[in-house]
Design a protein around this ligand. Structure first.
Ligand SMILES: [Zn+2]
Length: 180
């Protein structure tokens, strides 16, 4: 059986998670056989203790023909930034902004994804949320860049994903971003 061990950068992030999730209560999930060694995964809960959220995005229906890679005409793109609204107390907490977070967000003024700035909407349903951060760059290098940018090395993740498992009926929600 494979030894499940995080790489050095992901180990750091497991202990000192990215600032993206600072507004939440978070719990580190164990590394699974199917996970990359560079990943640190967390489940999120609201400060009130509840763990069901509405997922807020800036949806856009892709036009025909679709100018977006791997997005069919008529398909809904749940554009960032993403915020989560607690289904219990209603508090809204930011979770990911592609323009300012992750490796390119912090160091290069944003990654290549289109963000939305108006028309924020909740995806249908309530969800239990898991987020993952992926690190490919060595910790020494991350520490150097992080010091220059005055952030934590864990803020310089290469990719980010958010999955929502529906509470009750509904479809799962998933977004993934390459951030470097
Ligand atoms: Zn709450």
């Amino acid at each position: 059986m494979a030894t499940l061990k995080r790489n050095e950068s992901a180990t750091f992030a497991a202990g000192q998670p990215p600032s993206c999730i600072a507004g939440f209560k978070h719990r580190l999930l164990p590394l699974m056989e199917s996970d990359f060694e560079g990943s640190a995964k967390f489940s999120l809960a609201c400060q009130c203790g509840a763990d069901a959220f509405a997922i807020l995005s800036h949806p856009l229906i892709a036009p025909d023909p679709s100018p977006y890679y791997l997005v069919e005409p008529g398909e809904v793109m749940f554009r960032p930034p993403h915020r989560l609204r607690c289904a219990s107390c209603g508090v809204i907490t930011p979770v990911f902004d592609a323009k300012t977070q992750g490796y390119d967000g912090v160091l290069n003024g944003g990654c290549s994804y289109e963000s939305g700035d108006q028309g924020e909407q909740a995806a249908a349903g309530a969800f239990r949320i898991t987020v993952w951060f992926f690190y490919n760059v060595g910790l020494d290098e991350l520490e150097e860049y992080a010091a220059e940018a005055s952030v934590s090395p864990s803020d310089l993740f290469d990719s980010f994903g958010l999955t929502g498992e529906p509470v009750g009926e509904g479809d799962p929600f998933e977004v993934n971003y390459e951030c470097a």
